[in-house]
Design a binder for this molecule. Structure first.
Ligand code: 13P
Length: 253
């Protein structure tokens, strides 16, 4: 069975101390994950080492960076490189979140470079895709997401692609409280899997975890995660509340 993942994206929230308290509350709640069920915490960069040390005795709990630059080192003030993440033992990174695309002008081409460099360093990219409201209203979401996949992922080899986690996050559902229906999520996830199958074959497509993101909460996670092509979620607001996130974790298949 594919990996089922609940990934917390804290975005630019919480102080260091609040972050510690939140992780302690989740990890000490007695929740344990095994087999194919995983938790990933994408924390702000200054908290990566702290979060990593807290996961030490918790199998299937991982830490992710929220972003990473496309170059290995050099005069790029303020950026974080793949080798830096490796040196902290961080093995996941969110690539291409819609907020990075929108506010920091990250293009499909740049994201292709970021995915590639993450993979070269054995860091799992959680690659985000998804359409804005006008695209959905024009019923062009499938071709829009297809282009994102083609331009950022489809120059990878099959072996490389199998190490990528995809997160479908419709922009109109992020932070709005307006979640896609589980049917809408399933429809797009199936489309993404079909696109991968068309390019790499059905067998490869069946191995790729595709997460849904956009107003996932304790009260809707189980239904959304229950859909056949949904392999968990990428969670913003609700991941900042221990009880909420614990319930989301327990909604994994
Ligand atoms: P919300 O869960 O707050 O809608 O955010 C989703 C998201 O952007 C996760 O990356």
């Amino acid at each position: 069975m594919r990996k089922q993942i609940a990934a917390a994206n804290w975005k630019m929230n919480l102080s260091y101390q609040e972050g510690e308290q939140l992780l302690d509350a989740i990890l000490n709640s007695g929740i344990a994950l095994s087999g194919n069920r995983f938790a990933v915490f994408a924390v702000p960069a200054p908290y990566l080492a702290m979060a990593k040390s807290k996961m030490a005795n918790h199998p299937n709990f991982y830490v992710a960076a929220q972003n990473m630059y496309s170059k290995k080192s050099g005069a790029f003030t303020g950026e974080i490189s793949a080798p830096m993440l490796v040196s902290l033992g961080i093995d996941h990174v969110i690539i291409g979140h819609s907020e990075r695309r929108e506010y920091f002008n990250e293009s499909n081409e740049l994201l292709a470079e970021k995915v590639k460099i993450a993979l070269e360093h054995n860091i799992t990219p959680i690659f985000c895709c998804g359409e804005a409201l006008p695209v959905r209203e024009a019923n062009e979401q499938n071709s829009f997401v297809s282009t994102q996949l083609q331009e950022s992922l489809f120059s990878l080899t099959a072996e490389e692609l199998q190490k990528v986690v995809i997160a479908y996050e419709p922009i109109w559902a992020i932070g709005t409280g307006k979640t896609a229906s589980s049917e809408q999520a399933q429809e797009m996830h199936q489309h993404i899997r079909n696109e991968i199958a068309a390019k790499y074959g059905k067998e490869i497509a069946e191995t790729i975890s595709i997460l849904y993101g956009g107003s996932v909460k304790a009260n809707n996670a189980k239904e959304i995660f229950g859909k056949p092509d949904v392999d968990g979620g990428l969670v913003g607001g609700a991941s900042l509340i221990a009880d909420e996130f614990n319930q989301i974790l327990s909604g994994l298949k």
